[in-house]
Design a binder for this molecule. Structure first.
Ligand code: HOZ
Length: 423
């Protein structure tokens, strides 16, 4: 037994499934997960001293690569002043100023501790603001493990075949209208039927927890119009896409402005963080100004703020996006060409530093089509790559990420291994 296997055996005795987040258990790709003892740049070092080129990037946050010196130094400086105050601190103001400056739709913002808290608080706020109860979400979109949003959800829920989690009372799920992504007619029909009750649409503007799905032309604009026409709040969950697909996320890329935005991952620079923000008249419904309650002992934590501010400042001062787009396109093109040569039906949707592998004859535009792709073929490629030093996400329904620490050498090495794995 190697070190990782030994650790996993110990973990399984004490932690359900041996992991603190289900996809990490490798259930859908087989085998036993490796344990990481350190990470630097675009590489992970396993407990068994294997080096892996990392395409998970801690599920998105590590856009600068792991253990970036600037972030490390910012955290060290903050650490010397205390780890948590339970009072407002200056870094929270700086973070708010940065987020309002960067994210087009954000006029006011509240910090929290995870993407799940950000989406959970966003829908509560939308309900409090509108006085309505129903939420529209889209099949395959994942908004963290919030009760009413774990319906036809992507990510680990989908990976493990439980897109509708147990433990959620039917009465909660009833408040969630689940519609197919990329189908505007169904949104219009839902508003025609229950418009008076619909508080919000919540959407990952580019769904990235069901593989990577891109919106058809006019789709996001159509969601915007449907909300505006019906007095509902449009919530973009940009936990994955924010600060990654351009500094202002999908809303900057597409010019479609939501009313509220859920954020996370990159804004913590690798520490636990979330935030939600948007229009002043909605945000001012939050306590202590308004009646919608939301709170957190560690919200605005000084270490997380320091890491996040350092991360955002680097993105502003030396934007990596053009280079990430080039690397992403190079990798996606290379994988497509390799599959074509071998006569393998493979779709590689890519935008900027995000991409995924869908083993399918035709492009994937929604949850049903993602489910119909060949997850076994992904499993084989995943295992072959892992055996040869390349770590792809351990699920056919997660998205791969590239960081600014990846270079052409790593991309070429990855292509070489993917070519060999595609057989
Ligand atoms: N739900 C996360 C990916 N979309 C997985 C988080 C983790 O396992 O760390």
């Amino acid at each position: 037994m190697n070190q990782s296997e030994e650790l996993f055996e110990r973990a399984k005795k004490l932690i359900p499934g041996g992991v603190n987040s289900p996809v990490r258990a490798f259930r859908s790709v087989g085998g036993s997960p490796f344990f990481t003892k350190k990470a630097s740049g675009c590489r992970l070092t396993t407990a068994d001293d294997r080096e892996l080129i990392d395409y998970v990037c801690t599920w998105g946050p590590a856009i600068h690569g792991h253990d970036h010196q600037v972030i490390r130094e910012a955290v060290a400086e903050a650490l010397a002043k205390g780890t948590s105050f339970g009072t407002p601190g200056p870094a929270e103001v700086e973070m708010a100023e940065l987020l309002v400056e960067i994210v087009p739709s954000v006029e006011k913002v509240r910090m929290c501790n995870s993407g799940t808290e950000a989406t959970m608080s966003s829908i509560r706020l939308a309900r409090g603001f509108t006085g309505r109860s129903k939420i529209i979400k889209f099949a395959g979109c994942y908004h963290g493990h919030v009760d009413s949003l774990l319906v036809k959800a992507g990510s680990g829920a989908l990976t493990l075949g439980n897109p509708d989690s147990a433990g959620i009372p039917e009465s909660f799920a009833k408040e969630t209208i689940v519609l197919p992504y990329n189908d505007l007619q169904s949104v219009q029909d839902a508003f025609a039927q229950s418009g008076e009750d619909i508080a919000a649409i919540i959407v990952e503007p580019y769904p990235a927890n069901c593989g990577l799905i891109l919106p058809e032309d006019g789709y996001l604009e159509g969601l915007r119009k449907a909300c505006s026409d019906n007095g509902a709040v449009l919530i973009f969950d940009e936990v994955m896409t924010g600060f990654r697909l351009g500094i202002g996320g999908v809303q900057e890329r597409t010019g479609v402005t939501p009313d509220l935005t859920a954020m996370g991952k990159i804004i913590g620079g690798g520490l636990p963080v979330g935030a939600f923000g948007g229009k002043v008249e909605i945000m001012d419904c939050l306590a202590p100004l308004g009646p919608v309650y939301q709170a957190g002992t560690l919200s605005g934590n000084p270490l997380a703020m320091a890491a996040g501010i350092a991360s955002l400042r680097m993105l502003k001062d030396t934007p990596p996006y053009e280079r990430l787009e080039q690397l992403g396109a190079m990798l996606a093109r290379g994988i497509r060409e390799a599959a074509e040569k071998k006569g393998i039906a493979l779709q590689v949707p890519q935008v900027g530093s995000m991409f995924c592998l869908f083993f399918s004859e035709s492009p994937v535009g929604n949850f049903e089509q993602a489910l119909a792709t060949d997850a076994d073929a992904f499993k084989k490629v995943f295992q072959a790559c892992l055996a040869n030093g390349i770590y792809l996400p351990p699920s056919a329904y997660e998205t791969c990420f590239i960081s600014a620490a990846h270079g052409e050498d790593e991309i070429s090495r990855t292509l070489e291994q993917v070519r060999l794995a595609l057989s």
